[in-house]
Write a protein that binds this ligand. Structure first.
Ligand SMILES: [Zn+2]
Length: 191
């Protein structure tokens, strides 16, 4: 949070894009659902599979949750914090179209009149199955291939790594166009 404060010289990145306050909550140990009680078992199984895997998540309504397992070390927590706060600005950064263009993001299904074209027959499919992206696109992490929002937040993690002296030269070269976008966004937020 100090990083987000120092980068802009103000608290805008610590708040919602509408200026609202944020609440940060830490979960305790994951308590599994009963998957065999015949009640909502499929969803219980999915929750048990996915739940412990989350480092953190931003509910989009001013709350950020952290799993207990995220607290492995100061850098991991800081990076997850930067990621989750960055979600407040993934579509709200004022240049979302330009952001999507950097990776060639397009919605998977293109509607032309009464015809629907599945672009996944021509381009790589996103991990969430709702988008396609350019085969030439560079990503900060594999997780960034989930959708344009995770692309933004994982790149923001890389921007943090850069500023902390933790980014390799190879990644710097590879990700320069996206890091420039984040740098310009932070500059706008500083004004
Ligand atoms: Zn995320």
């Amino acid at each position: 949070m100090a990083f987000l404060h120092t980068e802009t010289g103000n608290t805008r990145l610590l708040k919602r894009s509408n200026g609202g306050n944020m609440t940060v909550l830490r979960f305790g140990d994951y308590i599994p659902y009963n998957e065999t009680d015949g009640h909502n078992d499929a969803n219980d199984h999915k929750a048990n599979t996915d739940g412990p895997g989350f480092a953190g998540f931003n509910t989009g309504d001013g709350r950020i949750f952290f799993n207990d397992g995220t607290f492995t070390g100061p850098t991991a927590v800081a990076r997850t914090t930067v990621h989750e706060f960055a979600h407040n600005w993934d579509t709200e950064n004022g240049h979302f179209s330009e952001w999507k263009a950097l990776s060639g993001w397009q919605p998977r299904y293109l509607h032309v009149g009464f015809v629907t074209i599945d672009l996944a027959t021509q381009f790589p499919l996103s991990k969430d199955g709702k988008w396609v992206y350019s085969p030439a696109a560079e990503f900060a992490r594999e997780y960034g291939k989930t959708n344009p929002y995770e692309d933004f937040t994982t790149t923001f993690e890389t921007y943090y790594n850069l500023k902390m002296g933790l980014l390799s030269y190879t990644d710097l070269v590879r990700l320069t166009p996206k890091l420039n976008f984040i740098g310009l966004f932070v500059t706008r937020m500083s004004q």
